[in-house]
Design a protein around this ligand. Structure first.
Ligand SMILES: CC(=O)SCCNC(=O)CCNC(=O)[C@H](O)C(C)(C)COP(=O)(O)OP(=O)(O)OC[C@H]1O[C@@H](n2cnc3c(N)ncnc32)[C@H](O)[C@@H]1OP(=O)(O)O
Length: 409
């Protein structure tokens, strides 16, 4: 018995947290390889290393997954202080980390650092694919840095292979992400690059990207769905996500065939970004002017938000609630009470037996399941739920309004 637990303890020391072990870099210069400031770690690794996000069999494991900043030429290597071997550990062997990662990587990555370094100068030949839609600057590290957003279709020569390398990042940063079938011509791609000069050369470095699937909407419309969005960690929280989304929107506004825009399973961070961009745009519409906001969400608002900004009904209503909160005076008891009641009424809809949400629930569940779902919440619990949901709603509104106040234009 003592022997088993001794062995267990010994093996425990060879377990490591995959999110810390994995080191990413977007390499511009050879010197970046030795510079810890250019390293970033994944947000998640459960798709590769299981729910525990752990790797077994190594001490001080470091997985180096480096990409050249423009072409995304890739280098994969692992180093460690010690590794479990069946001979020393009674038949137990270490996880085959390289094999697990290699399954997700397109072929052609380097495993030899000298070869990777020798390939870095080729980044100077890189030019972004597709059509330039938008340029902007961001003031960072004491200077104005230039950025460009391109729209690309999969037929663009060389892009298919490039996208294969780019999408590997999704596994580590977008929850439940899966690789898309690029042969389906309904996909559009939007890529952000930083444009800079280095030794007299015009250089580009990847910043992030977004994929959009153009669904058909009866009878002759298109309903684009934002599917995957990723701004690389070194560029997050600098406004690139908002620039990317707005650039895509600007393209949609011009098109009469677009019914509205939807988003596939938005993460909390992305929903916040979307709320900010949509609220900023809606606040410029006539029907969303403060004098109209206290009287409820109107058909005019819905129509204007859909026709001019291509917002779905649900998102237009959400933005309405945010903008109404902005003009609601919390010290005006009557006004604030009216706001709270309106929001709670909406939050209560799923519990109303003739409501659409209830009908959806009714269709989805067996009668026994439906009864169980409804009866498991007493009136008191429901009030408690509504109060909590209202507080969360207020928190969400405040956050968006703060960003609106900070944003220029
Ligand atoms: C449909 C889907 O794909 S859902 C999945 C979305 N993708 C992910 O979650 C992957 C990982 N995350 C990301 O890729 C990115 O963080 C995104 C896409 C969610 C957001 O992109 P970003 O470029 O970081 O967005 P942006 O910079 O415009 O805004 C993000 C935050 O930075 C803040 N910010 C923007 N500029 C600045 C600045 N100059 N200084 C400080 N903060 C700033 C914003 O206020 C915002 O704050 P909040 O999140 O607290 O509201």
């Amino acid at each position: 018995m003592a022997g088993i637990s001794l062995m267990k303890n010994k093996l425990e020391a060879y377990k490591c947290y995959a999110n810390e072990a994995l080191h990413f870099k977007l390499v511009r210069h050879e010197s970046d390889l030795e510079d810890d400031r250019t390293t970033f770690h994944p947000d998640m690794t459960h798709q590769l290393f299981g729910d525990q996000e752990s790797i077994f069999g190594y001490k001080d494991l470091e997985i180096q997954l480096y990409y050249s900043a423009a072409k995304l030429t890739t280098y994969l290597h692992i180093k460690y202080f010690d590794k479990v071997s069946p001979k020393r550990f009674e038949g137990v062997s270490a996880d085959d980390v390289i094999k697990i990662l290699a399954k997700e990587m397109p072929p052609g990555y380097y495993t030899n650092l000298d070869n990777f370094v020798a390939a870095l100068p080729k980044d100077a030949n890189f030019k972004p694919f597709g059509d330039l839609l938008h340029s902007y600057t961001v003031y960072k590290d004491g200077k104005d840095r230039k950025f460009e957003i391109y729209k690309i279709s999969i037929d663009c020569p060389g892009f298919r292979d490039y996208h294969e390398r780019l999408q590997t990042f999704l596994l580590f940063f977008v929850d439940a992400a899966s690789f898309i079938d690029v042969d389906d011509d309904k996909w559009s791609f939007y890529l952000v690059f930083e444009k800079y000069r280095d030794n007299g050369n015009r250089m580009y470095a990847i910043v992030g990207y977004m994929t959009v699937y153009n669904y058909y909407a009866y009878p002759e419309k298109v309903r684009p769905r934002v599917s995957q969005v990723l701004i690389m960690p070194p560029f997050q929280r600098q406004g690139h996500g908002a620039q990317l989304l707005q650039t895509f929107y600007n393209e949609c506004y011009k098109r009469n065939d677009i019914l509205d825009i939807t988003v596939e399973d938005p993460s909390e961070n992305f929903q916040r970004l979307r709320d900010f961009v949509d609220a900023k745009n809606c606040s410029k519409l006539e029907s969303f002017q403060p004098r109209h906001l206290h009287n409820g969400f109107s058909d005019e608002m819905m129509k204007e938000a859909q026709e001019k900004l291509k917002l779905s009904r649900k998102q237009a209503r959400r933005v309405y609630e945010i903008l109404r909160f902005k003009v609601t005076d919390p010290s005006n008891i009557k006004q604030y009470r009216k706001y709270r009641l309106d929001i709670k009424k909406r939050l209560n809809l799923p519990f109303q037996k003739n409501g659409r949400d209830f009908q959806k629930l009714q269709r989805a569940l067996h009668p026994d399941e439906l009864n169980a779902t409804l009866s498991c919440m007493s009136i008191e619990q429901r009030h408690c739920y509504l109060e909590k949901a209202f507080e969360e709603h207020v928190e969400m509104c405040r956050h968006v309004i703060e960003r609106l106040a900070e944003s220029v234009d």
